[in-house]
Design a protein around this ligand. Structure first.
Ligand code: NAD
Length: 692
């Protein structure tokens, strides 16, 4: 993939950059990306390898303690642009990526590093620097022993200016030095005093991109070349995002490393306590606004989700809407479960509980339902006053970045929510950081590892892990066809990649044949295809490695005597597709009945009575959900109460509600999200004994 140069965009400036970085510069190596405060495409920053902070309207004086009314101030400031571009700069600095600041871009870097501005140069100097019709030309002098000098090989030169403000030389930030100035002492260029531990950074007050002699003047052409070289040479750990529907790389994003994660943690430490002091009603309003933004951006978000994980577009929409429903319950009930509780009050003594936040919690998440499983954790965590370091799965990174963007747009401060980008190695770094709680959603294997690894920190750790969820069809059911269709959906929705997908089915022998026939008929009626196509029920399986595992489960089952009724193999259509697969004559020696498949495959087993069904349902290391279909509620509840699982379903399956706890047992994890338990999970109760 080409290296991406992020250019902060305004309609008036971008054409100049298209002209400056011409085809010969870009070739097959670079491409330009617009980073637009108007579109707020903050999620694209992660894909860029270098940044140009461009010119434009004065920075709002509140950013440098300036006064509001001054000569030549613009009719309108662009505070949103200031905020957007400060995110760009902060990101580039965090990852040591090259930055070129031009005019306003230079002033912004100065201000963000802690410097101040001369708010108006005054009539005389403005005559030299301010653009009226054409850029003004004037001479500058360049400091020896500066990077600018090494780059331009010039001690002086002629530049074009268009500004009426400049950097305040008397209040320069400690980190920066002025490396060029005009005859009137106006600062014309800045760079880091100590460039070690920083990426390339050069800022100039003039406009190299629109100089008349931009192809010959070293103050334009050499700067451009040095910037492009810096991008080419910068060590930028990138991670590929693959579309499972086509196996094509759709994006490359910069991964976090130990240094950037440490910085993110430091940032969160500056914000958490203030966030906890924000009245709960305001935090609730922010989260509700996030939910509104999910609705407003539904189509775009759904497309990104489908492109990353391969689920049919309608299922992506359903997931986002589903997360909004959970937010409704969580925000409606936050006050009830987070407010102070007086437990006992008698003459002179009051005993009460306050629910204090944990602090900065780490959320390491899975890819199969990033909106849903994320919502289970970061929403109640934020409501309870925590800051969150959120690591989306490497297979749902773009979605994670969208979530971050919308939370921030809704009003969650930058120093309260941060995303950690990367895979297992990034997760490992998180485990070594001094965080105040770990909330993990993912596989048993990783969950066990994380639990062991963070044990010595003595902080809360919750694990929502996989399952091998059983479903039992008793002999008293009616309307077998519709039950077969509903339970097939429970097994194959999202290609079976749900933690609570039905993973094994036991059917009473009296209804077995009818049920299996109807089940297979239903499965064979589904359309498999590209997840963006209308009417597709089975999209791509999210990870290539999963296909191999499913093939092994089929081969193992057949070798041990199972019968394949439909499916059983990968589909050769580009991307990662697997036929929906139904196996019968299965038993518990087979992997398909013991190990989480997490794919479009199911084993159906005949049983003679409830007792045999119950024994088989409990013959597992997992314990997430169990389901019974019967006309008789009492009979179903009797069976369900004896299953060793966190959730029991009667005449339904594969569903989650925010009103009741979502919790596994044994290899399916421990602790709970959702419900009152899942709100309080992000708090530490403090008891108060108040005499008087
Ligand atoms: P996974 O365990 O492979 O990865 C989950 C997360 O852990 C990812 O973000 C990954 O980068 C990170 N990770 C991996 N190794 C790590 C390490 N050594 N240190 C720190 N972090 C590490 O799981 P997955 O494939 O993303 O998700 C599928 C699994 O999740 C299935 O087993 C599914 O059942 C389970 N799941 C459970 C629930 C639930 O609520 N119980 C919900 C969704 C998914």
């Amino acid at each position: 993939m080409k290296k991406k140069i992020g250019i902060t965009f305004t309609t008036t400036n971008f054409l100049n950059y298209l002209d400056w970085f011409d085809k010969t510069d870009l070739g097959e190596t670079f491409e330009l990306v617009t980073l637009s405060f108007e579109q707020n495409n903050i999620e694209d920053i992660c894909q860029c390898d270098g940044f140009v902070l461009t010119g434009g309207v004065d920075i709002h004086p509140s950013r440098y303690n300036g006064i509001l009314n001054y000569p030549n101030q613009p009719q309108q400031f662009q505070e949103e642009r200031d905020a957007f571009e400060s995110t760009v700069y902060w990101y580039a600095k965090l990852h040591q990526l090259p930055v070129l600041g031009i005019c306003r871009g230079m002033q912004l870097v100065n201000v963000l590093e802690g410097g101040s501005m001369v708010q108006d140069l005054g009539e005389k100097k403005n005559q030299v620097h301010r653009k009226i019709e054409k850029d003004k030309k004037h001479l500058i002098r360049i400091e020896e022993n500066s990077a600018l000098h090494r780059i331009t090989l010039a001690q002086n030169g002629e530049v074009n200016s268009a500004h009426h403000q400049c950097i305040d030389a008397n209040h320069m930030p400690d980190s920066l030095m002025a490396v060029a100035s005009a005859d009137d002492a106006t600062i014309e260029a800045i760079e880091f005093k100590n460039p070690s531990n920083h990426g390339f950074m050069l800022c100039v007050q003039w406009h190299p991109e629109r100089m008349e002699e931009k192809n010959t003047n070293p103050l334009s052409i050499n700067i451009k070349k040095a910037f492009l070289n810096a991008i080419n040479n910068s060590f930028n750990m990138k991670m590929k995002i693959i579309n499972p529907a086509t196996a094509e790389v759709i994006a490359e994003v910069t991964k976090d490393d130990a240094s950037s994660l440490n910085d993110k943690l430091k940032l969160l430490k500056t914000g958490q306590k203030n966030w906890a002091r924000v009245p709960l009603q305001e935090r609730i309003a922010v989260i509700n606004q996030y939910s509104n933004l999910l609705a407003e951006n539904l189509e775009a978000l759904a497309k990104t989700l489908t492109a990353e994980v391969g689920k049919p577009i309608q299922q992506s929409r359903n997931e986002i809407n589903g997360s909004r429903s959970r937010i409704v319950w969580l925000t409606n009930n936050a006050e009830k479960y987070l407010q102070e509780e007086i437990m006992q009050a008698s003459a002179g003594m009051t005993e009460l509980i306050r629910y204090e936040p944990l602090g900065i919690v780490c959320n390491i998440s899975a890819w199969n339902y990033p909106y849903l499983v994320g919502t289970n954790v970061f929403i109640p965590a934020l409501l309870a006053g925590n800051a969150v370091l959120y690591k989306p799965s490497e297979h749902a990174t773009l979605t994670g970045l969208h979530i971050e963007k919308l939370l921030k747009q809704a009003g969650v401060p930058d120093n309260v929510f941060q995303v950690a980008v990367g895979a297992a190695d990034t997760g490992e770094i998180l485990l070594s950081l001094p965080l105040d709680g770990y909330f993990f959603t993912g596989s048993y294997r990783t969950g066990k590892y994380i639990y062991e690894k963070v044990a010595n920190k003595m902080v809360p750790c919750q694990c929502e892990l996989g399952g091998k969820d059983p479903l039992y069809i008793t002999d008293d059911i009616e309307d077998i066809a519709s039950i077969a269709a509903g339970t097939a959906d429970g097994a194959f929705y999202n290609n079976g990649q749900s933690c609570c997908a039905v993973e094994r089915i036991y059917v009473n022998e009296k209804v077995y044949n009818q049920y299996v026939d109807a089940f297979v008929k239903e499965v064979q009626s589904w359309k498999l295809g590209h997840p963006m196509e209308d009417g597709v029920y089975l999209g791509a399986v999210s990870r290539e490695s999963q296909i191999e595992f499913l093939e092994q489960q089929v081969a193992d089952a057949i070798a041990k005597g199972a019968t394949l009724l439909t499916g059983g193999k990968r589909v050769d259509r580009g991307g990662y597709y697997f036929e929906p697969t139904v196996l019968i004559n299965v038993n518990h020696d087979m992997s398909v009945m013991r190990e989480e498949s997490f794919g479009p495959i199911i084993g159906i087993m005949k049983v003679k009575d409830d007792e045999e069904a119950l024994a088989l349902m409990n013959d597992t290391d997992y314990g997430l959900t169990a389901s019974v279909y019967s006309r008789d509620r009492e009979r179903a509840e009797k069976i369900l109460s004896q299953t060793d699982a966190g959730t029991g379903y009667w005449n339904c399956c594969d569903r989650v509600s925010a009103a009741v706890p979502w919790s596994g047992r044994r290899h399916s994890g421990f602790g709970a999200t959702l419900s009152h338990a899942g709100i309080r999970a992000f708090t530490q109760p403090k008891a108060f004994h108040l005499r008087g």
